[in-house]
Design a protein. Structure first.
Length: 224
Protein backbone atom coordinates (compact mmCIF):
# COMPACT_ATOMS: atom_id res chain seq x y z
CA UNK A 1 0.00 0.00 0.00
CA UNK A 2 1.29 3.43 -0.95
CA UNK A 3 2.14 6.05 1.62
CA UNK A 4 -0.69 8.40 0.66
CA UNK A 5 -3.19 5.61 1.22
CA UNK A 6 -1.89 5.04 4.74
CA UNK A 7 -2.14 8.77 5.42
CA UNK A 8 -5.74 8.70 4.16
CA UNK A 9 -6.62 5.86 6.53
CA UNK A 10 -4.89 7.74 9.36
CA UNK A 11 -6.88 10.88 8.56
CA UNK A 12 -10.18 8.97 8.69
CA UNK A 13 -9.17 7.42 12.00
CA UNK A 14 -8.29 10.81 13.46
CA UNK A 15 -11.65 12.24 12.36
CA UNK A 16 -13.56 9.41 14.09
CA UNK A 17 -11.29 9.55 17.13
CA UNK A 18 -11.66 13.32 17.62
CA UNK A 19 -15.41 13.21 16.91
CA UNK A 20 -15.95 10.52 19.52
CA UNK A 21 -14.03 12.33 22.24
CA UNK A 22 -15.81 15.60 21.41
CA UNK A 23 -19.08 13.72 21.89
CA UNK A 24 -17.85 12.37 25.24
CA UNK A 25 -16.84 15.87 26.31
CA UNK A 26 -20.20 17.38 25.36
CA UNK A 27 -22.12 14.59 27.08
CA UNK A 28 -20.60 15.78 30.37
CA UNK A 29 -19.71 12.18 31.20
CA UNK A 30 -16.38 10.44 31.39
CA UNK A 31 -15.64 7.63 28.93
CA UNK A 32 -16.04 5.14 31.78
CA UNK A 33 -19.45 6.54 32.74
CA UNK A 34 -20.57 6.44 29.11
CA UNK A 35 -19.43 2.84 28.78
CA UNK A 36 -21.31 1.99 31.96
CA UNK A 37 -24.56 3.29 30.46
CA UNK A 38 -24.04 1.22 27.31
CA UNK A 39 -23.15 -1.90 29.26
CA UNK A 40 -26.24 -1.62 31.45
CA UNK A 41 -28.27 -1.82 28.23
CA UNK A 42 -26.40 -4.94 27.14
CA UNK A 43 -27.45 -6.79 30.30
CA UNK A 44 -31.01 -7.23 29.06
CA UNK A 45 -30.18 -7.91 25.40
CA UNK A 46 -30.00 -11.40 23.91
CA UNK A 47 -27.21 -10.04 21.73
CA UNK A 48 -25.28 -8.85 24.78
CA UNK A 49 -22.22 -11.08 24.21
CA UNK A 50 -21.88 -9.94 20.58
CA UNK A 51 -22.40 -6.29 21.48
CA UNK A 52 -19.81 -6.55 24.23
CA UNK A 53 -17.35 -8.17 21.81
CA UNK A 54 -17.98 -5.27 19.43
CA UNK A 55 -17.01 -2.81 22.18
CA UNK A 56 -13.87 -4.85 22.87
CA UNK A 57 -12.96 -4.64 19.16
CA UNK A 58 -13.45 -0.89 18.74
CA UNK A 59 -12.05 -0.07 22.19
CA UNK A 60 -8.38 0.31 21.16
CA UNK A 61 -9.31 2.48 18.17
CA UNK A 62 -10.78 5.08 20.54
CA UNK A 63 -8.46 4.32 23.49
CA UNK A 64 -11.32 3.32 25.76
CA UNK A 65 -10.55 1.71 29.14
CA UNK A 66 -10.62 -2.09 29.04
CA UNK A 67 -10.93 -2.69 32.77
CA UNK A 68 -14.63 -1.81 32.91
CA UNK A 69 -15.31 -4.28 30.07
CA UNK A 70 -13.61 -7.09 31.98
CA UNK A 71 -15.50 -6.15 35.14
CA UNK A 72 -18.76 -6.27 33.21
CA UNK A 73 -17.89 -9.67 31.69
CA UNK A 74 -17.54 -11.07 35.21
CA UNK A 75 -20.72 -9.34 36.33
CA UNK A 76 -22.82 -10.54 33.38
CA UNK A 77 -21.47 -14.07 32.86
CA UNK A 78 -20.02 -15.09 36.22
CA UNK A 79 -16.47 -15.92 37.34
CA UNK A 80 -15.93 -18.92 35.01
CA UNK A 81 -17.60 -18.00 31.72
CA UNK A 82 -16.96 -14.32 32.28
CA UNK A 83 -13.23 -14.95 32.70
CA UNK A 84 -13.09 -17.17 29.60
CA UNK A 85 -15.02 -14.60 27.58
CA UNK A 86 -12.79 -11.77 28.82
CA UNK A 87 -9.57 -13.65 27.95
CA UNK A 88 -10.71 -14.32 24.37
CA UNK A 89 -12.13 -10.82 23.86
CA UNK A 90 -9.03 -9.18 25.34
CA UNK A 91 -6.72 -11.10 22.98
CA UNK A 92 -8.87 -10.03 20.03
CA UNK A 93 -8.86 -6.46 21.34
CA UNK A 94 -5.06 -6.46 21.71
CA UNK A 95 -4.63 -7.81 18.18
CA UNK A 96 -6.43 -4.81 16.64
CA UNK A 97 -3.81 -2.18 17.60
CA UNK A 98 -1.07 -4.71 16.84
CA UNK A 99 -2.46 -5.00 13.31
CA UNK A 100 -2.82 -1.22 13.04
CA UNK A 101 0.79 -0.81 14.13
CA UNK A 102 1.97 -3.23 11.44
CA UNK A 103 -0.22 -1.49 8.87
CA UNK A 104 1.12 1.99 9.56
CA UNK A 105 4.64 0.60 9.95
CA UNK A 106 4.65 -0.91 6.46
CA UNK A 107 7.92 0.00 4.78
CA UNK A 108 9.53 0.90 8.08
CA UNK A 109 12.60 -1.10 9.03
CA UNK A 110 13.02 -1.57 12.80
CA UNK A 111 16.78 -1.32 12.28
CA UNK A 112 16.21 2.40 11.65
CA UNK A 113 15.51 2.74 15.39
CA UNK A 114 18.66 1.01 16.54
CA UNK A 115 18.28 1.48 20.28
CA UNK A 116 18.81 -0.89 23.17
CA UNK A 117 15.07 -1.08 23.83
CA UNK A 118 14.18 -1.90 20.21
CA UNK A 119 16.89 -4.55 19.98
CA UNK A 120 15.65 -6.08 23.21
CA UNK A 121 12.04 -6.15 22.05
CA UNK A 122 12.96 -7.89 18.81
CA UNK A 123 15.55 -10.31 20.17
CA UNK A 124 13.56 -11.29 23.27
CA UNK A 125 10.03 -10.58 22.11
CA UNK A 126 8.20 -12.95 24.43
CA UNK A 127 10.06 -11.90 27.60
CA UNK A 128 9.72 -8.20 26.83
CA UNK A 129 5.99 -8.32 26.09
CA UNK A 130 5.37 -10.55 29.11
CA UNK A 131 7.26 -8.20 31.42
CA UNK A 132 5.40 -5.17 30.05
CA UNK A 133 2.08 -6.84 30.87
CA UNK A 134 3.11 -7.67 34.41
CA UNK A 135 4.42 -4.20 35.29
CA UNK A 136 1.28 -2.53 33.97
CA UNK A 137 2.75 -0.47 31.12
CA UNK A 138 -0.27 0.96 29.23
CA UNK A 139 -1.49 -1.98 27.17
CA UNK A 140 -2.40 -0.13 23.99
CA UNK A 141 1.03 1.51 23.87
CA UNK A 142 2.63 -1.94 23.96
CA UNK A 143 0.19 -3.28 21.35
CA UNK A 144 0.79 -0.50 18.83
CA UNK A 145 4.56 -0.57 19.39
CA UNK A 146 4.75 -4.36 19.00
CA UNK A 147 2.98 -4.19 15.66
CA UNK A 148 4.96 -1.19 14.43
CA UNK A 149 8.25 -2.91 15.28
CA UNK A 150 7.00 -6.13 13.66
CA UNK A 151 7.31 -8.27 16.77
CA UNK A 152 6.37 -11.92 16.17
CA UNK A 153 2.58 -12.18 16.40
CA UNK A 154 2.71 -15.61 18.05
CA UNK A 155 5.11 -14.36 20.73
CA UNK A 156 2.92 -11.28 21.18
CA UNK A 157 -0.29 -13.28 21.68
CA UNK A 158 1.26 -15.87 24.01
CA UNK A 159 2.98 -13.24 26.18
CA UNK A 160 -0.17 -11.12 26.26
CA UNK A 161 -2.25 -14.12 27.36
CA UNK A 162 0.18 -15.25 30.05
CA UNK A 163 1.10 -11.80 31.36
CA UNK A 164 -2.39 -10.35 31.18
CA UNK A 165 -4.30 -13.17 32.84
CA UNK A 166 -3.55 -12.21 36.49
CA UNK A 167 -4.83 -8.63 36.19
CA UNK A 168 -7.61 -9.69 33.81
CA UNK A 169 -8.91 -12.32 36.21
CA UNK A 170 -8.59 -9.85 39.04
CA UNK A 171 -10.99 -7.42 37.33
CA UNK A 172 -13.29 -10.19 36.09
CA UNK A 173 -13.60 -11.71 39.57
CA UNK A 174 -14.22 -8.25 40.97
CA UNK A 175 -17.08 -7.94 38.48
CA UNK A 176 -18.45 -11.34 39.49
CA UNK A 177 -18.55 -10.10 43.09
CA UNK A 178 -20.97 -7.29 42.23
CA UNK A 179 -24.49 -7.90 43.49
CA UNK A 180 -27.33 -5.83 42.10
CA UNK A 181 -27.27 -3.46 39.15
CA UNK A 182 -24.02 -2.89 37.29
CA UNK A 183 -22.83 0.43 38.72
CA UNK A 184 -20.01 1.83 40.81
CA UNK A 185 -22.01 2.92 43.86
CA UNK A 186 -24.37 1.25 46.26
CA UNK A 187 -23.10 -2.27 45.57
CA UNK A 188 -22.53 -5.24 47.84
CA UNK A 189 -19.37 -7.19 47.09
CA UNK A 190 -18.61 -10.88 47.56
CA UNK A 191 -15.60 -10.90 49.89
CA UNK A 192 -14.23 -14.22 48.61
CA UNK A 193 -13.99 -13.00 45.04
CA UNK A 194 -12.21 -9.90 46.27
CA UNK A 195 -9.75 -12.06 48.24
CA UNK A 196 -9.06 -14.08 45.07
CA UNK A 197 -8.56 -10.83 43.15
CA UNK A 198 -6.03 -9.64 45.71
CA UNK A 199 -4.19 -12.97 45.52
CA UNK A 200 -3.92 -12.67 41.74
CA UNK A 201 -2.57 -9.14 42.09
CA UNK A 202 0.13 -10.36 44.49
CA UNK A 203 0.98 -13.19 42.07
CA UNK A 204 1.29 -10.68 39.24
CA UNK A 205 3.63 -8.43 41.22
CA UNK A 206 5.81 -11.36 42.34
CA UNK A 207 6.01 -12.68 38.77
CA UNK A 208 7.08 -9.24 37.58
CA UNK A 209 9.82 -9.13 40.23
CA UNK A 210 11.14 -12.60 39.30
CA UNK A 211 11.22 -11.74 35.60
CA UNK A 212 13.06 -8.48 36.24
CA UNK A 213 15.67 -10.33 38.31
CA UNK A 214 16.09 -12.96 35.62
CA UNK A 215 16.41 -10.26 33.00
CA UNK A 216 19.14 -8.52 35.01
CA UNK A 217 21.07 -11.79 35.40
CA UNK A 218 20.92 -12.45 31.66
CA UNK A 219 22.30 -9.03 30.76
CA UNK A 220 25.93 -9.23 29.58
CA UNK A 221 28.29 -7.89 32.19
CA UNK A 222 30.79 -5.21 31.07
CA UNK A 223 34.36 -6.37 30.91
CA UNK A 224 36.64 -4.95 33.59
Amino acid sequence: MQRWQRFLVLAFWLVFFISFWLYVNRSEQSATELLQVWLQGFSSSQFGPLLLLGIFIIRPVFLLPISILNVFAGFAYGPIWGSLYAVIATLISASIPYGMGRFFGTGFKPEQLETKLVRRMRERSFDTILLSRLIFIPGDLVNYAAGFLRISFIAFVLATALGGIPSLLMTTLAGASIEGQFAFTGLRLNIWYLVASGGLLIFSLLSSYVLRKRSDLNEPQPES
